[in-house]
Design a protein around this ligand. Structure first.
Ligand code: CA2
Length: 149
């Protein structure tokens, strides 16, 4: 089982920490990546960390993950609620998938309550701020360890 984990981020998350701090906090995506890299070192995981505003790029990274990764952590952002294409891509990926949302989507507008990605995800983390990425990485590491045992 590969110890490489893809951390994928969807549209507008490049603005994290720069706009709407009342919803998404002050931490930037670069800060999130640095935290993930530090934790990945402790968990003996390798990391690919990506963000895109384009649906096809996220799909292409999921296809790349199929070739080499042992898990995916994904915050699909608004594509969560719209993208059958990302769901279809994730359905071709066998290892663990954890879906992350910084905000508690269930406390927000009704259109954020449905997630296509949750139909595939092995677990979902929402409302823990950017700490959700660390929790997701810990979960993926545990699942990789359990499969290797
Ligand atoms: O809570 C989350 O992580 C979301 O995935 C974030 C998405 C939203 O569409 C989902 O419903 C929930 C939005 C990401 C936009 O990120 C921004 C960050 C800072 C400033 C503006 C947008």
């Amino acid at each position: 089982m590969s110890r490489l984990v893809y951390v994928l981020n969807g549209p507008n998350l490049n603005l994290l920490g720069k706009r709407q701090p009342h919803i998404y906090g002050h931490v930037t995506l670069a800060d999130v990546e640095a935290e993930c890299r530090e934790l990945a070192g402790e968990l003996k995981l390798d990391l690919r960390f990506h963000q895109s505003n384009r649906e096809y790029e996220i799909i292409d990274w999921i296809h790349a993950a199929r070739e080499e990764a042992g898990g995916i952590v994904i915050n699909p952002a608004a594509f969560t609620h719209t993208s059958v294409a990302i769901l279809d891509a994730l359905n071709t990926f066998e290892p663990p998938v954890v879906e992350v949302h910084i905000s508690n989507v269930h406390k927000r507008e009704a259109f954020r309550h449905h997630s296509y990605v949750s139909l595939r995800a092995d677990g979902v983390i929402a409302g823990f701020g950017t700490q959700g990425y660390s929790l997701a990485l810990q979960r993926v590491a545990r699942l990789i360890d359990e499969k290797a045992a």
